[in-house]
Ligand binder design. Structure first.
Ligand SMILES: NC(=O)c1ccc[n+]([C@@H]2O[C@H](COP(=O)([O-])OP(=O)(O)OC[C@H]3O[C@@H](n4cnc5c(N)ncnc54)[C@H](OP(=O)(O)O)[C@@H]3O)[C@@H](O)[C@H]2O)c1
Length: 255
């Protein structure tokens, strides 16, 4: 049984723990440490609350899930014993992780919130791992969703598309629902209809051999109402709006 340890138990750690539990990972094989809220997770899920060093000693895979600017502070007095360390710290490079943890077995990841329902999209980049650690990481990451091995230089664009992406999809769903409401649909109904339409369309695309552009054209017959809508999207420069928003996301400097 692989043993997992989480240092930091905020939104992302909880999303990942939820995903692991949903796949049948035993709560007893998950240890958590954080200064204030770890005990609450023990009550909520039955996971084990340990000191940070005990957690490292007892785990096969240790997730760093505190805030990026806490890296030096949190790791200063810990001995990682060359264990497998998986970081979710946005913007923290493998080089910085090696310097802080003194381990050679590190995976830098960037997961998105959908790991909580095992549908996450995660970028990862790693040091040379032992075969055992490679397998441990693969088992862990497969539980949580789809995983993409990317160069660290591509993490910023990945973060904009996949990390911030869920917020942009929620925004689109909300706009679609609001348009339905403005034209007479009841609020809850409009939201359900918009949500299921996006969910089903994403699944159709994922299962299809056609591109998103080809599927647009398949739905829109020439001279039909969908074509009129798509033409209006083009007139309003919808694609440029998305490109512009992604650029703003990538170029945003953390305060
Ligand atoms: N949220 C996302 O969608 C997302 C996506 C990708 C990557 N990330 C990354 O995930 C990390 C965590 O983000 P988050 O949204 O989960 O933040 P968060 O909800 O603010 O959680 C931060 C956690 O860090 C813990 N912490 C504070 N001081 C600590 C210390 N000295 N030692 C150990 N733990 C400590 C806090 O513990 P207490 O609760 O006990 O105070 C809290 O559990 C960040 O590095 C972020 O870049 C987040």
């Amino acid at each position: 049984m692989i043993k997992y340890g989480f240092i930091g138990t905020g939104n992302m750690a909880q999303a990942m723990i939820k995903g692991l539990l949903a796949k049948g990972v035993s709560a007893k094989s998950i240890a958590v440490y954080s200064p204030r809220s770890a005990a609450k997770l023990t009550e909520k899920w039955g996971v084990i609350s340990l000191s940070a060093q005990r957690l490292i000693d007892d785990s096969d895979l240790i997730v760093l899930a505190f805030l990026p600017n806490q890296l030096e502070n949190v790791t200063a007095n810990l001995d990682f014993k060359n264990k497998l360390v998986v970081s979710v710290l946005a913007g923290i490079t493998l080089e910085q992780l090696i310097a802080a943890t003194h381990t050679t077995q590190i995976v830098r990841t960037l997961p998105n919130v959908n790991v909580a329902i095992n549908q996450g999209v995660t970028a990862f980049s790693n040091t040379a791992l032992t075969a055992t650690n490679n397998t441990i990481f693969k088992v862990f990451s497969d539980y949580l969703g789809s995983n993409f091995n990317l160069a660290e230089t591509q993490f910023a664009i990945f973060s904009a598309v996949a990390g911030s992406g869920p917020a942009y999809v929620f925004k689109y769903i909300d706009a679609l629902a609001q348009a339905g409401i403005a034209n007479g649909l009841e609020t809850e109904l409009a939201t359900d209809i918009a949500t299921q339409t996006v969910l089903g369309s994403a699944q159709t695309l994922a299962l299809s051999t056609h591109s998103a552009k080809e599927l647009q054209n398949a739905v829109a017959s020439p001279g039909g109402s969908t074509r009129a809508g798509l033409d209006d999207f083009d007139t309003q420069n919808f694609d440029d709006v998305i490109v512009h928003a992604i650029k703003a996301t990538v170029e945003h400097k953390h305060l």
